[in-house]
Design a protein around this ligand. Structure first.
Ligand SMILES: [Zn+2]
Length: 198
């Protein structure tokens, strides 16, 4: 079965020195590049937020980063300002082999809603179009890598499994934020959704 590697948010702001740094995030870039040749297609996602994005703590009076607020679509973690459209932090990490990608999908560009998953925004309803792209190309087996393991990678993998794709996460090519045990709960939720962790 044709197989795609989906690289989630391998961007400067999610690596050490970035605005929302994930510990060791930069260390995955070499392994991710090495994996690319084993697939029929490579898709990169790019977190891509306007300045007034509602996931930024500093757009909410008095709110602390990493606190949670209720949005119309459900609970939302408030993050430090990151991956602002066109900013250096929104660029892909310089080591990532961007030229190999068949497709680059941007997400999180609507001010009022965040998008952890590459398939649905955080209301779990608004589609990004990625499912259609993969199905039209017959790419039904998907391996996920990238940042961060416990948010955008996990949400993407779980949605893909729910949509009927055969899904794995290659954990050594991911790194987690691990906010209040989020890494362990993401692993549990992924396994429950039928995602293979390898
Ligand atoms: Zn974001």
């Amino acid at each position: 079965m044709p197989k795609a590697l989906i690289v989630i948010d391998a961007q400067v702001d999610f690596c050490p020195g970035g605005r929302l740094a994930v510990e060791g995030g930069d260390q995955i870039m070499g392994p991710v590049n090495d994996l690319m040749a084993d697939y029929d297609a490579v898709v990169l996602t790019q977190d891509w937020h306007p300045e007034d994005h509602s996931s930024f703590a500093d757009n909410h009076d008095g709110a602390e980063p990493f606190s949670t607020v209720d949005m119309p679509y459900g609970p939302q973690v408030l993050w430090p300002r990151h991956c602002v459209i066109g900013s250096p932090g929104a660029a892909f990490h310089p080591v990532l082999a961007v030229d190999v990608a068949d497709m680059i999908l941007r997400k999180g560009y609507r001010p009022d809603i965040d998008s952890y998953s590459a398939f649905f925004e955080n209301d779990h309803k608004t589609r990004t179009g990625l499912e259609g792209y993969l199905r039209e190309r017959g790419l039904l087996e998907l391996d996920f890598v990238g940042l961060a393991h416990d948010f955008c990678v996990a949400w993407s993998a779980i949605d893909a499994a729910k949509l009927g794709f055969t899904v794995s996460v290659i954990e050594e090519a991911t790194r987690a934020i691990d906010l209040n045990g989020s890494r362990a709960s993401a692993q549990e939720n992924m396994r429950a959704a039928g995602v293979t962790l390898k």
